[in-house]
Write a protein that binds this ligand. Sequence first.
Ligand code: ISC
Length: 407
Amino acid sequence: MFFRQHFPRGAPGSWDAGRVPTSTAPATPVETTLRYQRGDFLFATARRALLAQGVLASVTDLDPRRLARKVAAELDSSGVPLAVGVLPFDTGPDTAVPGHLVLPRTLHRAQAEAGAAEAPPAEVLPAPVATRRLPSPDGHRANVRAAVAALEQRGLRKAVLARALELEFETPIPAERIVRNLARGNPRHHTYAAELPGGRTLVGATPELLLSRAGDSVFTTPHAGSMPRSADPVEDRANGEALLSSAKDQEEHAVVIDYVVEALRPFCRRLDVPDGPDLVSTPAIWHLRTAITGELVDRSVTALDLAAALHPTPAICGTPTAEARALEQELEPFDRGYYAGTVGWVDAAGDGEWAVVVRCAEVADKTMRLYAGGGIVPASDADAEYQETVAKFRTLLAAMGLDDRSS
Ligand SMILES: C=C(O[C@H]1C=CC=C(C(=O)O)[C@@H]1O)C(=O)O
């Protein structure tokens, strides 16, 4: 249907659906990120950026596996190199929130050599005129206690409880500036922006990769177990070490690894799973992370098929999945929408990258909703869980020039 232009897989460069190749000069990842305009799709670190603009076709479905098949068929018939988009948190049988991908009109990919990466300039944002916490801090502590009790009563190993912050502004929210500040503040992690059905824009910067596929190589970095960073270097290091030696956090992490390994095993001839997690950090928070690699049995299984099979992991849902999701829906006073979903891209060869939608906000015209959650296991403490959400909100609040008083 469209003109097929040579666009080597994963290579930097530009692609355009028209017959005339885009004349854009090669750009760095940071320059590519700076070009983002609300309405575009962005998936970028300081080293690699993908910017997709315009919509040639969109594919929407409540069932992520069916969505993956439809997207593969569209890519095959159209000659468009890749599709970009989001899956919501709730992909269960009763969900009303669809997965949504688009085949873009133009595409820019950039890659940087190792070495010092340039940083985009910091930008100033307007201050909110009203803030609402959902639930209140005490309401979240009460939810954590209720979830701990429910874990035992209902036989759950883990749940994940979230809070939301609703910010209201007098003027339209400049999503572009938030995205650029996120990229500046989180150069090693994926800054993302995607249009959602209904006209909202999802923005965030996540450390967690749900899954990537390149040829027959599969890679995933489940994150679970967290501790706030501190401005004091001695306390900061102590927080990290306390996380690494915390039995409660190791258990919270192990639940996720068990699930991910079981979900990936049928697809992989080989899976390399380290004995224990590493300690990693964002500017706001320490995490436990395990980097798992695998080798695919069948290359016709795309990155989006694999994301649909893995999502939702216990990192953002808990386990068993259906029971944990039901508990969250009972306790959280909002619909998660695309928070705790997945965002990314899949190409015509089946390669792709899907990141976990955390440290994010859904931006409307003059209002936005930020989300932060944490894993709950039997040993969880209500106040520590509340403090963990305060630290997790910092990624977005810092990009807006706001401090913890908003959370
Ligand atoms: C659910 C969130 O984080 C997840 C990712 C990393 C660590 C997490 C944790 O320690 O609970 C969560 O699993 C969030 O940021 O809202």
